[in-house]
Design a protein around this ligand. Structure first.
Ligand code: SF4
Length: 198
């Protein structure tokens, strides 16, 4: 493991259950990194800076929050907006965690094969990140953003339509779209919000 004294900026670390996508229902420790390189209109995530920690400091806090929980989800903001995120991923893998990363896919970053990468394209997308994605999450915000499909053509990865904010209109659009294109899409709902957990 590459040990470093460099600091990561973090918003929060908490133990909950993955509410979205392929791994819905799986207990996980969430490491939310501070900051984002985009400014999406519908963003409802508070990724403001709360504290700094080294990669090994984050590993210790993950253990504090979730004990031996196998899954750790590194999210943001945009995780790859911080240079030290790769060292954090290495440190979590060395601690025996199954590491998932949720990214907007704008900043190309080499990742170990063991890492599960969720890409949720917003205003632009790096082709290398599209090629590396294990699953894709398209946010349905008054329309289905099917312009991203070409970026994943020929890749056997699930493409989820996720209604923004669980809003009724967005759910109806996503529901209709997955039924109309069953080979292309799957539906993802923010299930953690149904039970009022983070
Ligand atoms: S990329 Fe994600 S975290 Fe960043 S502003 Fe957009 S919705 Fe928010």
């Amino acid at each position: 493991m590459r040990e470093t004294r460099s600091m990561l900026g973090l918003a929060e670390i908490f133990y909950s259950v993955q509410g979205e996508g392929t791994w819905t229902g799986t207990p996980a420790v969430f490491v939310r990194l501070a900051g984002c390189n985009l400014n999406c209109r519908f963003c409802d995530t508070d990724y403001s800076l709360a504290f700094f920690a080294t990669p090994s400091g984050v590993v210790a806090r993950v253990r504090e929050a979730g004990g031996d929980c196998p899954m750790v989800i590194v999210t943001g903001g945009e995780p790859f907006a911080q240079a030290e995120t790769s060292a954090l991923i290495e440190a979590l893998l060395a601690d025996g965690r199954r590491v998932h990363v949720e990214s907007n896919g704008t900043i190309f970053t080499e990742l170990p094969a063991a890492v599960w990468l969720t890409v949720s394209p917003k205003e632009r997308l790096d082709a290398g990140m599209a090629a590396r994605a294990n699953e894709v999450k398209l946010i349905v915000d008054e329309r289905v953003p099917d312009e991203w499909l070409a970026s994943f053509a020929g890749r056997d990865v699930p493409i989820f339509l996720q209604p923004e904010g669980n809003k009724r209109k967005n759910i109806a659009l996503a529901y209709a779209a997955v039924k109309a294109s069953p080979a292309a899409f799957r539906l993802s709902l923010q299930t953690h919000k149904f039970i009022g957990v983070p």
